[in-house]
Design a protein around this ligand. Sequence first.
Ligand code: C2E
Ligand code: MG
Ligand code: MG
Length: 649
Amino acid sequence: MRGASLLVRFAVVSLVLVVLLGVLMAKLLASMIAARGLQSATDAAVLTTTIAVQPLLTPDDLTRQLPADKVAALDRVVQGSRAGAEIARIKIWNGDELLYSADPHTRTPARTGAGPSDELADALAGEIEAEVISDSSEPDNAALIDRYGTLLEVYVPILYDGEARPAGVFELYLPYQPVQASIRADTTRTAALLVLGLVVLWLGLFRVVATASRRLRVESSRNEHQARHDALTGLANRAHLDVALSAATGGSGSSSVALVLLDLDRFREVNDTLGHGCGDEVVLEMAQRLTRLAGPHDLVARLGADEFAVLLPDVDGVQAALLHAEALRSALRAPVRVGGVDVVLDARAGVSMHPLDAEDGPALLRHADVAAEQAKRTHVGVCAYDGALDRHSTERLGLLADLARAIAEGELVLHYQPKCDLSGRVLGVEALVRWAHPQRGLLPPAEFVQFAERTGLVHPLTESVLDQALAQVRGWMDDGRELPVAVNISTRSLLQPGFAERVLTVLGTHGVPARLLALEITETTIMEDPDRALVVLTQLADAGIRLSIDDFGTGYSSLAYLKVLPVHELKIDRVFVAALTTSERDRVIVDSTIALGARLGLDVVAEGVEDEPTLSELAALGCQQAQGYYFSRPVPAEMLRLEGSDRVS
Ligand code: C2E
Ligand code: MG
Ligand code: MG
């Protein structure tokens, strides 16, 4: 529309300019044609006098009254003039004195006429003067004008060879109408050509601009579409959703607006295992399912790789919105056939309502996001926004934002939990990190370690823990006690380039032998990138550091890897140990792990031993090391009871 009106504007403006140009050129040409017409008529008059009249007279004739034979000769010439070179009147002047005057059409040459004029004076000075006369009020000319209409009056100086000044002047009247007619004809023809040329020019210009403008319009509407839509699915994108959200929440209507955010679970795995092509197919299929379920006023948008939003601008309360969200979620959970396999993905949905939960679009989106997050955390399919939970999560976010400072300022402290043989003798300790928060007290690792892993903060965290743990071992060494310490290492730290070197540096800094350090790694960490893990673990083991697989049995491990990895110890996860005496299944798991460890030559440690019956059962199964509240909770170093541990004599 805007493009079209621009085109109209161009058409009008260019037309006005072309018309202006046309008028200007027409005027210029007309005046040129008129000047040329006048000039050629004047030239004709000069020619007539110099060829036909002047030879009849000698310079002497002009000094006195013309003799009768000369007058007769002149009369013959004048009367003999014919159409085309017709003479209407001729006068011959000698200075101010009129020597001869004749009007041939009367056939009775007059010897009298009007007196001298300015033009005559100029002609006597040598100038050729010409003027067009059409004024019939002058009595001398009235009869001539009546007969011929417009006249051209030309004064031609009579010059003889060798004379500097004219001997006299011919004053010639010629009918000017034929000249005017030819000027008019020329002007009309030129104007017609000019108009034709300009029309063609304008049409050509218009065509070029119209084509360009049409292309521009198509291009700009395509750009506009791209700016507001997802390239893969053609669904609305976030920018489009933002606009729709502010429109939906901006009105004062009484109905509710709901925003449903849908997140596909494990979509990355589809991409990783089946390839991005299949991932795209899945997304396309999901987009179509959501679109099929959308009402005429609903808006379906794609916000991220596996994140969709559905805006319901007119919904009948929270329950209706939740039902709709459940239907959308079910649609996403139906199998999708790609790459020859049926892929089943779970989805989580978060629902937020306007005006109930949020006043404006951005808040509605944020709250739907919080609800979706809540659905993910609690493993519930669809969650409605809950303000109370949100406040909690906001506080938590604030807390975590403070973690970098806390690490830098030494708020992380270590508690130590002994690892014992079944008689209770301390064989070593595990260092477990806590955040000594100035306001909130001692925070357990569950509150911040995962967050640190998701951000880069896990690196300074690991360094701080290693440094404190080895400083503690050094302290014990200085007290004459060699007590190995185990430090938990997260995936990102282990796989960080230069990790092994850094550990060795810290050992060196504190002067602690590598055999007094154990690193606990989970199966998941190893399986995330087994090849790299193998390289790093080999480096560490070669340096003499002990390696332990933590939480064994909860992740997925490959027995093949277990065989090649240079590990020294398996720690059976406490979920199996806790149920050892009550669940036959868990007993079998613990039993097999102990047997596996023995076969592979690994130490096996049972985690989370809380009571005597569990300990007895472990002993019966042949387990030799344990850790748990039964022996000691994790405590600050100074509270550890280390009576049974090795002393260096
Ligand atoms: P983990 O390495 O498996 O540590 C053992 C956890 O079990 C500790 O929890 C410990 O307090 C708890 N525990 C020990 N004995 C018993 C028992 O008899 N009964 C019960 N119910 N629990 C027992 P904590 O200290 O909360 O640590 C939790 C996890 O946080 C650790 O699990 C470890 O994965 C991680 N973590 C702790 N410190 C660090 C650290 O410095 N770096 C990293 N990356 N992770 C750490
Ligand atoms: Mg551990
Ligand atoms: Mg563990």
